[in-house]
Ligand binder design. Structure first.
Ligand SMILES: NC(=O)c1ccc[n+]([C@@H]2O[C@H](COP(=O)([O-])OP(=O)(O)OC[C@H]3O[C@@H](n4cnc5c(N)ncnc54)[C@H](O)[C@@H]3O)[C@@H](O)[C@H]2O)c1
Length: 346
């Protein structure tokens, strides 16, 4: 297949690009290269004849039309987005412009390309989204594809809006779409401002490991390479117009997750005292959702997908990767806002 992947220089997009090429797909990676992008994430495929890169902004309709015309994709995997909740609290406008307006331009460019090609049934627009659109859960229950949307942060509200646009373009114009909503990802190439890299890198530097609030927020973690595999599965086998929740069945409280990471570091790079001694509780994030949990029944029973690693196994691989790839993360630590406490303003 010829794939147009947006956001392929980011964390999840780059995992999709690497896996798609390994499976023999031709990939055009379209990315604006914002602060969150790193072309080193795709260095392993950069010289592959199946790979090409275009620097373009999804808000630039003219550029999008050119990319569709030049690369003639069979399918779009749309991941480009502003993705950090804390940054969305400090500066929501980029989230509105990229996640909502940018998705609108992607849909319009895809629709015009698809119509000019006589509306091929095989074309797909796969919109990649988050479980955060469903809001927060109490102590029990899981998000299903029928859970009503109730986003609580500017980030999740902008992703919810983009999901609605995609659904509308399917219903109104017949654009062949599939959607997926995934839980928190972790793994190699995770940008150093997100929770798991922050824990690993602060621990290695002997700095306080910040825990928001009481650390009791629960997340359902999925290894990024399993997410990439799930996304290709949804693209290839998902039913038209249908959405799929993707999760790792790995629910854990933030504080317990941090203790698991510290235990891996203690084993792999022992320090004078246990890394968990660095844990420090800090002011909570405003609007911090208490618990997310995914019911993966649909993707499991209809598409036969399930994750390949447990959280323990994935965390061990991740900690090892950060220990082995210091050049990668050191180069990103000087980027704007990385290492600062963001998103405190209520
Ligand atoms: N990280 C998670 O845990 C998670 C979970 C579920 C869903 N998602 C979704 O998956 C997608 C990818 O997330 P991620 O964590 O890899 O994000 P990321 O921030 O690591 O990467 C986003 C990429 O999009 C690019 N981008 C941003 N604005 C752009 C624009 N205007 N035009 C073109 N490119 C632009 C960036 O340069 C970057 O390379 C997002 O849509 C996100 O909402 C993320």
């Amino acid at each position: 297949m010829k794939l147009l992947v947006t956001g392929g220089a980011g964390f999840i997009g780059s995992a999709v690009v690497r896996l798609a090429i390994a499976r023999g797909h031709r990939v055009t990676n379209l990315d604006a290269l914002t602060y969150a992008a790193c072309l080193d994430n795709v260095a392993s495929v950069a010289n592959d004849p199946l790979y090409s890169f275009v620097q373009a902004d999804i808000r630039d309709r003219t550029a999008l039309d050119r990319v569709f015309a030049d690369h003639a994709p069979d399918a779009v995997m749309h991941l480009a987005a502003e993705s950090h909740v804390d940054r969305s609290i400090d500066g929501p406008s980029d989230f509105i412009e990229t996640n909502i307006t940018g998705t609108f331009h992607m849909l319009e460019a895809a629709r015009s390309y698809w119509m000019a090609a006589d509306k091929p049934e095989s074309f797909r627009f796969h919109h990649i989204s988050t479980d955060e659109v469903f809001g927060t859960l109490g102590e029990t229950g899981q998000f299903t594809e029928d859970t009503p949307y109730a986003p609580n942060s500017p980030y999740s509200a902008s992703k919810a809006a983009s999901d609605h646009l995609v659904r509308a373009w399917s219903e109104t114009y017949g654009l062949p779409v599939v959607l997926s909503n995934c839980s928190n990802n972790y793994g190699p190439f995770h940008f150093p401002e997100k929770l798991i890299p922050v824990v690993i890198l602060n621990a290695l530097a002997g700095k306080p490991i910040p825990i928001y609030g009481k650390g009791e927020n629960v997340r359902d973690w999925l290894y990024v390479e399993d997410h990439a595999d799930a996304l290709l599965t949804v693209l290839e086998k998902g039913a038209l117009g249908r959405s799929y929740n993707i999760g790792g069945e790995n629910e854990v409280r933030n504080i317990d997750l941090v203790h698991m990471i510290c235990a891996h570091l203690d084993a792999m790079r022992p320090a004078a005292s246990p890394y968990a001694d660095l844990i420090t509780y800090v002011t909570d994030r405003p609007g911090h959702d208490a618990r997310y949990a995914i019911d993966p029944e649909r993707i499991s029973s209809e598409l036969g997908w399930r994750p390949s690693v447990t959280l323990e196994q994935g965390l061990e691989k991740t900690v090892r990767w950060y220990l082995d790839n210091e050049d990668w993360w050191r180069a990103l630590q000087s980027r704007d806002g990385v290492g600062d406490r963001l998103g405190k303003t209520a």
